[in-house]
Design a protein around this ligand. Structure first.
Ligand code: AMP
Length: 220
């Protein structure tokens, strides 16, 4: 049976870290719209140039642009047995687009769809974003306050240079939270009503949350 997972939760709730782990564990692809959009920005493509103007303000990029990127990605062979989506959908409109895309791609394939909601206290999230740094070479994530690298600005894993995402400044981060509460948070009720929502307690360290996530996956 093809398994389709989507991860919901506020910015910096740990979705990216846990998705990457789960993808490796299950042998599924991890599709992260934020990274796909940042790759378009780096390429300076038309989509990237348009997306940048929204990302820099902490707003959602236009739905058709993201939905197209997702559709092209989900059509690829490596999504045949399943996928994990992180950062999409981010609004009810995007959720409805995803249903259309899945219907078109899956045809009569037997599928199981699950939305996993990262339920987390909000107080620390802003600090998680503002102090977040990532390695420009291996992608490892650090936090200058909660999980600092051994040497300043240098990745403790591979020695690469640490960088800060442009939208990880205080002003844009605050706007991203506002966007989340307005546009994305209503998705939990949307999926609850469809009986496909599971809530994950996302408070705690990476290992604790990972164990809880595995319990959910294995129970399912
Ligand atoms: P993230 O890396 O998930 O924090 O996403 C960074 C930024 O990319 C967001 O603040 C949005 O501006 C944009 N973005 C990512 N995913 C989506 C999406 N599904 N729809 C619209 N914009 C998105």
């Amino acid at each position: 049976m093809k398994k389709e997972f989507i991860f919901l939760g506020p910015p910096a709730s740990g979705k990216g870290t846990q998705t990457a782990r789960l993808a490796e564990y299950l042998g599924f692809v991890h599709i992260d719209t934020g990274s796909l959009l940042r790759a378009e920005i780096d390429k300076k493509s038309q989509d990237g140039i348009l997306a940048k103007s929204f990302i820099d303000k902490g707003l959602l990029v236009p739905v058709d642009l993201v939905a197209n990127i997702i559709k092209n990605r989900l059509r690829q062979d490596d999504c045949k047995n399943g996928y994990i989506l992180d950062g999409f959908p981010r609004s009810i409109e995007q959720a409805q687009k995803l249903e259309i895309i899945n219907k078109e791609i899956d045809n009569d394939t037997d599928t199981k769809f699950l939305a996993i909601y990262f339920d987390i206290d909000h107080e620390l999230l802003l600090d998680r974003i503002i102090y977040r740094r990532s390695c420009s070479s291996c992608g490892e994530i650090f936090n200058l306050k909660f999980n600092p690298p051994k040497s300043e600005n240098i990745c403790s894993k591979c020695g690469g240079k640490l960088i800060q995402r442009k939208d990880d400044n205080r002003e844009t981060a605050e706007a991203r939270f506002e966007t989340y509460f307005k546009e994305t948070a209503p998705l939990t009720d949307y999926y609850k009503n469809k009986n496909v929502l599971v809530t994950l307690d996302a408070n705690g360290d990476i290992e604790t949350v990972w164990k809880r996530l595995l319990n959910i996956i294995e129970e399912d």
